[in-house]
Design a protein around this ligand. Structure first.
Ligand SMILES: Cc1cc2nc3c(=O)[nH]c(=O)nc-3n(C[C@H](O)[C@H](O)[C@H](O)COP(=O)(O)O)c2cc1C
Length: 213
């Protein structure tokens, strides 16, 4: 945002004063709803940070497939790098950046796998080709050529020619349960608003702190 010519945008006009909010999940839901209307591409896209055994951070995009008071859910391959790091540390961080609204939301907390029944329901809702892709991809393992991947897809397509495609045992969801949720909204002249909600455990009340931008 240019300091000399701040441009008004719908976020400033419609969001009210989000720093008055005292419940972060409801605030997230309101922002997500606005982002769903204003983002040209997927508002569910979020970056997921993990850390490896040497403490080296790792970050990549995933898609949020649900959120409620139990946490924020995404799906992946448990044998992927992120899956292995999540299963080793049981911790992660998520970040949404909605460019159309100039807003950022950050979340940190423990991560658990969703239960099998929940993963089955979500997997069954995916397009058939995506289901077959989950069987064909050894996510994050070396792939000798694109041709080898296409062969694997053809093989899995033939294998599941008839009937429903079951969920692979190594493909499931993870749920991040936020202990920290931070909301950032751009304001003119870089005088941004920033509010952090923290709780010590999942059943404790949230504490709200305004932070310097
Ligand atoms: C917008 C976007 C959304 C993505 N969503 C997912 C997702 O929901 N699940 C997933 O496993 N990978 C997703 N990916 C791919 C990951 O970013 C990543 O490349 C892959 O999961 C391997 O990561 P890893 O080796 O750290 O496990 C997405 C990529 C982009 C750019």
């Amino acid at each position: 945002m240019s300091e000399s010519a701040p441009i008004e945008h719908p976020g400033w006009l419609t969001s009210g004063d989000f720093t008055e909010a005292d419940e972060p999940l409801r605030l997230f839901a309101a922002w997500f709803e606005e982002a769903s209307r204003s983002e040209p591409r997927d508002p569910t896209a979020m970056s997921l940070a993990t850390v490896d055994a040497d403490g080296l951070p790792n970050v990549r995009m995933v898609l949020m497939k649900g959120f409620d008071e139990r946490g924020f859910v995404f799906y992946t391959n448990v044998d992927s790098q992120k899956g292995r790091e999540l299963d080793a540390t049981h911790r992660g961080a998520l970040m949404f950046h909605w460019k159309s609204l100039n807003r950022q939301v950050r979340l940190r907390g423990p991560v658990t796998r969703v239960d099998d029944a929940e993963a089955d329901i979500y997997f069954a809702s995916r397009p058939r080709l995506a289901q077959i892709g989950a069987w064909a991809s050894k996510q994050s393992a070396p792939l000798e050529s694109r041709h080898a991947f296409e062969r694997a897809i053809a093989w899995q397509t033939a294998k599941f020619a008839l009937g429903a495609v079951p969920r692979p045992p190594y493909w499931t969801g993870y749920r991040l349960l936020p202990l920290i949720m931070e909301f950032w909204h751009d304001r003119p002249f870089r005088l941004h608003d920033r509010v952090e909600f923290c709780r010590d455990t999942l059943d404790q009340p949230w504490r709200k702190t305004r932070l310097y931008p």
